[in-house]
Write a protein that binds this ligand. Sequence first.
Ligand code: C2E
Ligand code: MG
Ligand code: MG
Ligand code: MG
Length: 292
Amino acid sequence: AAKAAGKGRYAFYHAHLSDALILRLSKENALRAAIEKDEFVVHFQPRVGVQSGKLTSMEALVRWERPEYGLIYPSEFIDVAEDIGLITQIGELVIEKVCRQIAVWKAKSLPLVPVSVNVSAQQLKAGALSAFIASCMCRYDVEPRLLEAELTESTVIEKSRIVTNELEALRNLGIKLMIDDFGTGYSSMAQLHRLDVDVLKVDRAFTNALLEDSEGELLFKAIMSMATALDMCVVAEGVETREQLRILANLDCDEIQGFIISKAISAEEMSQLMIKRVLLSSGRVHLHASKE
Ligand code: C2E
Ligand code: MG
Ligand code: MG
Ligand code: MG
């Protein structure tokens, strides 16, 4: 009778586990295993000076090379990683890979530019980020000007002692702070000023709006004047068209990042762009070597 009840219970639960939940649980397990199996790779997306047309820096973007599934993008696993408390580990893994890659580029005597890494709120709250970055910088002989931290507005408005201390420690290491997806959160001018933020990465939504109407242009202009007042550099995210680029140049936006220049590419492909250096001249895009 007990056996029958057990069986029944199993059937009961099983029937109520939705496909979505089963998928989710298997993804969680796969994600844990992926760390052990070192299945994460870092790709890099260039940022370019609007006036100079030169490669100024690049963003490190993590991908999961999942056997039998192919390349998995962050939208499919970052949230899960945050939920199950794995984001700090993945974040550290990315920082380590970035530092190791910088050392490789340096050994090849390539002209180095800073690399920004995305930092999630949880990672800052864990309280060990600045120490971890410092140890990687030391181990791979990476100077502070070569690393930048991308934070979201919700992270910087957090007033906990631990987050404030971490941000201060990053600054003390000489690492630039950037606000990612600016305009989607609720940070104030006072907070940005207090934290001494160096760069605003304006969310893609604002870049998209540039084409639709002049209201989009006005919004961007307002962000530009705030940034100028606070002595921050402005990067437009998600630039895809020449028209957007033309408007951004008129608005005196400092840098652009987006598919118009290149999507995120492998470290090897990035070497080509580092050699090439000038990726844009008089509004014309020089596609990267592998696509020419
Ligand atoms: P993000 O930091 O805002 O990164 C920019 C995202 O926009 C990237 O997506 C990039 O591929 C995409 N993008 C760039 N240019 C264009 C464009 O012209 N058009 C369009 N439609 N998209 C463009 P990706 O790589 O899928 O990353 C998504 C998000 O995942 C990132 O947004 C970031 O929040 C997060 N992420 C990526 N890597 C890491 C990481 O190492 N740690 C953490 N904590 N988060 C990460
Ligand atoms: Mg980012
Ligand atoms: Mg962003
Ligand atoms: Mg974004």
